[in-house]
Design a binder for this molecule. Structure first.
Ligand SMILES: Nc1ncnc2c1ncn2[C@@H]1O[C@H](COP(=O)(O)OP(=O)(O)OP(=O)(O)O)[C@@H](O)[C@H]1O
Ligand SMILES: [Mg+2]
Length: 230
């Protein structure tokens, strides 16, 4: 089976105001369809940087990146933008919902770009389907201000799912949630892999990490199997 993602020797040096700082020094990562991977690592170790390279928001300095077997290491911005909207769903720590839109309208925003033409009914079906998948179909018409943190995060997950991505990238999606709601969100994300979706979850929570198929840790700019979890 061709892996969804095959990354070898990825490097990234960030140049802020001071000296250039090597953040990633040779990351190897393989993600198969239906597989879930947790990435642990200290604050500042480069986890978000790595996710932004995987999600093609930014480019690596070196190494190679195969997506579904295709070498996209040198993909141009146009191709990267296409792949970003076609292949990936993103869930962030802050939900980034638009306040003046309802849950359903927020999810619809993800359908605006790159989906070709869809009839009104097809759009509504897709949106409701995504909200139902995370168990909040009944809240479709609410605005974020009237939703709990966990419900807002699930709207954000529905927004990531509505494009039926092959890969879900989640960067500390439970950081702002209480334990119980956080567990629910992790369950929701995890269940997506049953449909063949690949999942990469960045988290500080070792219990959440332990629910994934594999747990890796970013140390000194490289990914390694994580030690004892809980
Ligand atoms: N645009 C930038 N320019 C320079 N340095 C940056 C830039 N963005 C992030 N950094 C630095 O790169 C390092 C890695 O940042 P990153 O956000 O990837 O860490 P992280 O593992 O996600 O941390 P956290 O767990 O706190 O979210 C940090 O030391 C950060 O200060
Ligand atoms: Mg981060």
């Amino acid at each position: 089976m061709t892996p969804l993602i095959e990354i070898t020797g990825l490097t990234k040096t960030l140049t802020g105001q001071g000296e250039p700082r090597p953040i990633l020094t040779g990351v190897d990562l393989r993600l198969n369809a239906g597989e879930s991977i947790a990435i642990l690592g200290r604050s500042g170790s480069g986890k978000s940087t790595l996710l932004s390279l995987i999600g093609l928001f930014d480019r690596a300095d070196g190494g190679s990146y195969l997506l579904g077997g295709e070498d996209i290491t040198k993909a141009g911005e146009r191709q990267a933008a296409q792949l970003r909207s076609r292949e990936f769903g993103f869930v962030f720590q802050r939900f980034f919902l638009l306040k003046h839109l309802t849950a359903a309208q927020n999810v619809a925003m993800a359908l605006v770009n790159g989906q070709g033409w869809l009839s009104g009914k097809a759009r509504r079906d897709k949106i409701m389907n995504a909200l139902d998948q995370v168990g909040i179909g009944q809240l479709a018409k609410r605005r974020p201000a009237l939703l709990s943190g966990g419900e807002q995060q699930r709207v954000a997950i529905a927004r990531a799912l509505v494009r039926e991505p092959r890969i879900l990238l989640a960067d500390e999606p439970t950081g702002a949630l209480d334990t119980e709601t956080g567990n629910l969100v992790i369950q929701n994300l995890r269940s997506m892999t049953e449909r063949g979706c690949g999942l990469i979850l960045v988290t500080h929570d070792r219990e959440h990490a332990a629910k994934m198929d594999r747990v890796l840790e970013l140390v000194n700019g490289k990914l390694q199997p994580a030690g004892v979890l809980v």
